[in-house]
Design a protein around this ligand. Structure first.
Ligand code: ADP
Ligand code: ZN
Length: 529
């Protein structure tokens, strides 16, 4: 029962106002829309909440034919299509949740030219019959949403996305768009190649969310810290607390309730009715704190979320950025708060080790985790660190914990030199390179099989760093990596001296390192002074 809607016309601004009810395009939206309407391909990198949908929905309405949207989030398709229909847009989806009859209805509407937009899951597109169907229709634009899923090195790889590379051959002459909110430089390059968009224009929005204040602290007593944080927020603030496990979600929500907070649990294991009720209370009422697994929030359009708290360490900076990005979409001040501890790291390393992925995969996951820890352990501006990760630069922001209160540091110059000179010696004298684990074993003077076999106990730097624990050294390595003093290279992540490492080797640059990092918390250890 898809309604017929009169063609709104060729003016994108008119479509924006009359169909979507917005007064003007935001940021790059207008440029993207004009470019695509004119038939150009586009790569769109815009943070969550930036307004990506409009950039393909408007061209789909202006250009003749049906806009094809490839989206991996089947759970969201339904909501998106509902919202479009409510605006009078003729939209439908094709996915595995439909009955054959429903599918047939959608297919007929498509062939009859009665759809403005059709959402399709990537796995559907790899079915030849779907391609054949779409080829019989007239497509106006192809939008590949969550385009970072094509990146094997990213945090959210989906094999079905690899097959999207030949859409240009399957649908010649149809402008294509790749959209994502998670793009490091590497992902950006990779998705452009894999989706075959050599001539696309690139629209890269700033990833800065200036109204979000970033705060990260070591876990000491999580529950007390969380309650203290939530209570420090203005009365009636709505917030999301992210936890990794369902059990922790339930226990934390329960605990917050005993503290007089209006907290509700949300995770995939809860009864659908309870989930819907909790979600609707969160959306409609003031001051509800939703304790949830990371599945919660995708597609939830609540602009006035005042805080996002992480009580478990996210697996990657991309994930952290996406989750914290759900705070303050209305542009008003919001806080992204997190507490992390050694237990998180141990747990995540174990998950990585036990995962079924191959060595390269595990290495990548380890690098994601290290980048996340690098953000936790930075002595400089969090925002700078975060934006730098996404290949964007910024000044110190004045609106994060490290800008507001300079962290306590110790001078890591000597420690850094011990590690760097070990690397240099191994390289010069033996043409060897190693990962962090073995290098730390050398400077700590560990007596491992590998050390004895390689004769590394004969090195002059063997044991020179036994004043620091292994955890301390791990943190030193992460902080040096985050600053480019060290770089990880190749498939095995062997460490080499980075550009910023030369002045350190010469002793020309101080290396202040954070004191309140893993393994050093609480005690205020001065071993390394
Ligand atoms: P993204 O997909 O990039 O996360 P959405 O497309 O879901 O972002 O848009 C985020 C929010 O911004 C939505 O609430 C949407 O209604 C709103 N929005 C998008 N474009 C505009 C605009 N031009 N003017 C006002 N609001 C907009
Ligand atoms: Zn800052």
């Amino acid at each position: 029962q898809l309604e017929r809607r009169d063609h709104v016309g060729d003016d994108p601004v008119k479509v924006l106002t009359e169909v979507f009810g917005y007064t003007a395009f935001r940021g790059d939206q207008g440029d993207i829309v004009s470019h695509v309407i004119a038939g150009g391909d586009a790569v769109v990198l815009m943070p969550t909440g930036g307004g990506k949908s409009i950039t393909y929905q408007v061209p789909a309405l202006v250009r003749p034919g049906t806009g094809l949207v490839v989206s991996p989030l089947i759970a969201l398709m339904h909501d998106q299509v509902e919202a479009l229909i409510a605006n009078g847009v003729r939209a439908a989806f094709l996915n595995s949740t439909q009955s054959p009859a429903e599918r047939a209805g959608v297919e007929q509407a498509l062939l009859d030219g009665e759809l403005d937009l059709i959402y399709v899951a990537p796995e559907r597109l790899s079915v030849p019959a779907t391609t054949a169907l779409l080829q019989r229709a007239q497509l106006s634009v192809i939008a590949i949403d969550e385009a970072h899923c094509v990146s094997q090195w990213g945090h959210d790889f989906r094999p079905d996305y690899l097959a999207l590379g030949d859409l240009a051959e399957r649908f010649p002459g149809v402008p294509r768009m790749a959209l994502t909110a998670t793009a490091t430089r590497a992902t950006h390059t990779e998705l452009t190649e894999r989706l075959h968009l050599p001539d696309a224009r690139h629209f890269v929005a700033s990833f800065d969310r200036p109204n979000i204040q970033y705060r990260i602290e070591p876990k000491v007593d999580m529950r007390r810290q969380l309650v203290q944080f939530v209570r420090s927020q203005p009365e009636g603030s709505a917030g999301i607390v992210y936890a990794l496990s369902r059990k922790s979600v339930e226990q934390t929500a329960e605990y917050l309730r005993t503290q007089g907070l209006d907290a509700l649990p949300y995770h995939a294991g809860l009864d659908a009715g309870i989930r819907a009720r909790n979600q609707s209370r969160f959306l409609r009422e003031d001051g509800v704190v939703m304790v949830a697994t990371i599945a919660f929030g995708m597609g939830i359009d609540k602009p006035d979320v005042r805080f996002v708290a992480h009580i478990d360490l996210p697996k990657s900076v991309e994930g952290y950025y996406q989750e914290t990005g759900r705070a303050g979409r209305d542009g008003e001040p919001a806080v992204a708060w997190m507490a992390y501890g050694l237990g998180d790291v141990v747990q995540q390393r174990r998950l990585i080790d036990q995962s079924p992925g191959d060595r390269t995969y595990k290495l990548r996951m380890g690098q994601h985790l290290d980048a996340m820890l690098g953000l936790c352990e930075t002595v400089s501006c969090r925002r700078q660190n975060l934006l730098n990760y996404f290949g964007q630069s910024s000044d110190a922001c004045g609106n994060c914990d490290t800008c507001l209160t300079k962290p306590d540091t110790w001078d890591g110059l000597i420690a850094a030199q011990k590690l760097l000179s070990t690397i240099v010696r191994l390289q010069r004298e033996r043409n060897q390179a190693f990962g962090a684990g073995h290098l730390i074993d050398i400077v700590r003077g560990a007596s491992t099989e590998r050390i004895r076999q390689q004769g590394h106990d004969k090195l002059s730097t063997y044991g020179v760093g036994n004043d620091l624990s292994e955890q301390d050294w791990r943190s030193v390595v992460r902080q040096l990596l985050a600053r480019g003093i060290l770089v990880a290279q190749g498939e095995y992540g062997v460490l080499a001296v980075g550009d910023a490492g030369t002045p350190v080797l010469r002793g020309e640059e101080p290396v202040p390192l954070r004191r309140d990092v893993l393994g050093r918390t609480g005690g205020g250890s001065s071993r390394a002074k």
